[in-house]
Ligand binder design. Structure first.
Ligand SMILES: [Zn+2]
Length: 302
């Protein structure tokens, strides 16, 4: 850490976690562990996390917010818990080999954020700024608040912190006209359910949704978006809803509902999209990305 730019230093070190994404493949394991440590730091003043806490909670976070994987739950938690050391962000209370669960179980062990990083984050607002940098790098705004709540941070406080602090080289500019162009192309109706509510002259509860997430390489193109109502946008970004290659809606078997209102989601399964005549459908490559990186588990049996 340099003495003249401590904040730039931690911004660069956290931003470097992005390098593990390849071709839009999601790799949120390490960022989720850092977020968990930030939640612990905010709560207790120390980021120390025993492996016994991490193996359960981090595995849950990875299963809930990461892409589908064949790795076992404990293995998926052991990977960031040991490998985050090589990013200069993390230290363990005793030395263990990278990636193996066995040595972690052999005796108590805990991890914590690197001391210089923890020190830099002790200034007011720095934990929130670091958390914002990480969630903005990894998740769309429909999902980020759920992640923050799960790690014990307050989304309102995190998003109240000024502009995201990613280095300029990390930022891509969003097209400011894209959301409106998408809403108009889809006739201001949800592509899934047809919801078209307006308050006065403007749509309400209707959003422009990226199929491939913007922060994971998804472009602001007409063939990477749909108009979705707020509920279906959220469920699409959380992987409860998806599309098959014939542009029919898929409902994940992981999604469950008890009331009639929520069970209406099941009825979407197999329904076609509702584009206006002439509107671009999402490109197959973006639909494939969503299917492999976001959609949860298996679709309902037809
Ligand atoms: Zn809808």
């Amino acid at each position: 850490m340099t003495t003249d730019g401590p904040q730039d230093d931690w911004v660069n070190r956290l931003s470097a976690l992005r390098q593990y994404e390849r071709n839009g493949k999601r790799a949120p394991h390490k960022p989720l562990l850092v977020l968990m440590a930030l939640g612990r730091l905010a709560e207790t003043g120390s980021s120390e996390l025993p492996w016994s806490d991490v193996e359960e909670r981090l595995a849950d976070l990875i299963a809930e917010f990461g892409p589908a994987t064949r790795t076992t739950r404990r293995q998926s938690a052991a990977y960031p818990f040991t490998h985050l050391r090589s990013d200069g962000l993390w230290t363990l209370s005793r030395d263990v080999p990278m990636g193996n669960v066995g040595p972690l179980d052999a005796a108590p062990i805990s991890g914590r954020l690197d001391a210089s990083l923890e020190m830099a984050l002790s200034r007011p607002g720095q934990i929130e700024e670091a958390a914002r940098l990480l969630v903005d790098m990894q998740f769309p705004r429909t999902v980020a608040p759920d992640v923050l709540i799960a790690v014990g941070l307050d989304p309102d406080q995190v998003f109240a912190i000024g502009s995201a602090s990613a280095p300029e080289s990390e930022k891509r500019r969003r097209s400011s006209s894209w959301p409106l162009a998408i809403l108009e192309a889809w006739d201001r109706q949800c592509a899934f359910c047809g919801f078209d509510g307006q308050l006065g002259w403007s749509s309400v509860g209707l959003e422009a949704a990226h199929v491939r997430w913007f922060n994971l390489g998804g472009p602001d193109d007409m063939n990477n978006g749909m108009a979705l109502c707020s509920l279906h946008h959220k469920l699409f970004d959380r992987g409860a809803l998806g599309l098959n290659q014939e542009y029919r809606i898929r409902v994940s078997a992981v999604f469950s509902a008890r009331t009639d209102a929520a069970k209406r989601i099941y009825d979407l399964h197999g329904q076609p999209l509702r584009p206006r005549r002439g509107t671009d459908l999402p490109a197959a490559r973006h639909v494939d990305w969503h299917s492999s990186q976001v959609f949860r588990g298996q679709p309902l049996a037809v």
